[in-house]
Design a protein around this ligand. Structure first.
Ligand SMILES: Cc1ncc(COP(=O)(O)O)c(C=O)c1O
Length: 395
């Protein structure tokens, strides 16, 4: 296609940069981008980094042990891959490091989704999926992954979508769900993998929060050639700032994706730190156990003060609450923001109306947040109008 033809088709637009004219793609018009904003004095319970005193100490100690070469030289990945083989129970040829799972999702869209042009996206899901799909002009079929009030996980729309897809597709599932915190059982995940394999589809599983609730889909990778796992080390290993994650998949798929030169986006300090942290499984288990205990205390306090609310189980290093009053989610967010605590209202997220998500920090901070939430109540009119539920399955 010539440049004028491309412009006429809407694929490019000519940018005028102070009189310098140059054609750029139009795909960026459909997405937005905002740099992260520093908010001094604010407790961030929105983006779900791991915030725990023991993981702070562990990461600080290992960081102090890094050598200068761990920063100034291009990284070698052989040793970290050996430790990750043991961690995930896979071979090194099944593992591809990426610069965070955000970058991994972009690679999956580039390398696996773009050629078939079809993404079945179980939602709600991490925003990166739709973002990268839009940049690659890939059609996304959104498939509900939750149903009801309070929401529960629903596998059926995805199973139907796998059956109805007109040709080979990539299906993406997040388990445990984020921002919902809901979980599909191992047998449901196996059913997704089997159905996808029988119908010629790839299944990509984002397990960013799996470690917090004893969930790993690596065994499915060993068994199913059509399963790819996106595994973040940001949350479970408190490495969000180092931007390091892995794609786990069949060696031929990893080799294919590797040709997009993912290795070159991964920095040496992240590689070195991951190599030191991944073998310390027992210490991480202790930390995740304590995160679950902090979550239990926090949830119990909140539900004691708000018996009409529900929590979506099992969550992870966050708790997602549902109120029968749809206005409560924004009210909770705004009330906490006024006290310099950031959380996420999910009132605009399809399937999660009435929900808000609070990620976890240490015990004293969570006690303070629970006290602040004491003064957030459902509107009396909502209660009068019968919006309260008789029973919820997820307490
Ligand atoms: C479900 C899910 N997937 C992926 C990511 C991205 O994680 P990473 O830091 O590895 O890019 C997030 C981050 O919030 C997430 O919630």
């Amino acid at each position: 296609m010539t440049a004028p033809e491309q412009e006429a088709s809407g694929l490019t637009r000519v940018m005028d940069l102070h009189g310098f004219r140059f054609p750029l793609g139009t795909e960026t018009l459909g997405v937005s981008w905002q740099p992260r904003e520093r908010r001094p004095g604010t407790l961030n319970l929105k983006s779900c980094e791991l915030q725990h005193p023991w993981s702070d100490r562990l990461v600080r100690d290992e960081l102090a042990a890094l050598t200068l070469r761990d920063t100034i030289a291009y990284p070698f990945q052989d040793r970290v891959l050996d430790t990750l083989c043991a961690y995930h129970g896979l071979e090194s040829t099944n593992i591809l490091l990426t610069a965070g799972s955000d970058n991994g999702i972009g690679l999956v869209v580039d390398a696996l989704v773009r050629p078939v042009g079809r993404l079945l996206l179980q939602e709600p899901a991490f925003e990166a999926w739709r973002h990268y799909a839009a940049l690659r002009r890939v059609r996304v079929t959104g498939v509900p992954g939750v149903i009801g009030t309070p929401p529960v996980a629903d596998p059926n729309p995805l199973l139907d979508a796998l059956r109805d897809a007109p040709g080979p597709s990539v299906a993406a599932v997040t388990n445990p769900g984020s921002p919902s915190g809901l979980l599909f059982s191992p047998s449901t995940m196996r059913r997704f993998a089997e159905t996808a394999r029988a119908l010629g589809h790839l299944l990509v599983i984002d397990e960013a929060y799996g470690d917090f609730v004893h969930v790993s889909h690596a065994p499915l990778v060993a068994e199913f050639p059509n399963v790819v796992v996106v595994h973040s080390y940001s949350k479970a290993f408190a490495l969000a700032g180092l931007r390091i994650a892995a794609l786990l998949g069949h060696p031929d798929l990893c080799e294919h994706i590797g040709r997009f030169r993912s290795e070159n986006a991964v920095g040496a300090p992240g590689v070195a730190l991951l190599e030191r942290l991944a073998p310390q499984r027992e210490r991480w288990r202790e930390i995740w156990r304590d995160v679950r205990a902090i979550r239990r205390d926090f949830v119990d306090r909140i539900l004691a003060a708000h018996p009409e609310w529900r929590v979506l189980q099992p969550g992870a290093n966050f708790a997602t609450f549902w109120s029968p009053d749809p206005a409560t989610a924004d009210a909770a967010r705004d009330h906490l923001a006024a006290h310099h605590v950031r959380i996420r209202s999910l009132s605009g997220v399809p399937g999660l109306c009435g929900c808000f998500r609070v990620s976890l920090a240490d015990r004293p901070q969570m006690r303070r947040v629970a006290r602040l939430l004491d003064s957030v109540t459902d509107r009396p009119s909502a209660r009068r109008n019968g919006l309260t539920v008789e029973e919820g399955p997820a307490r």
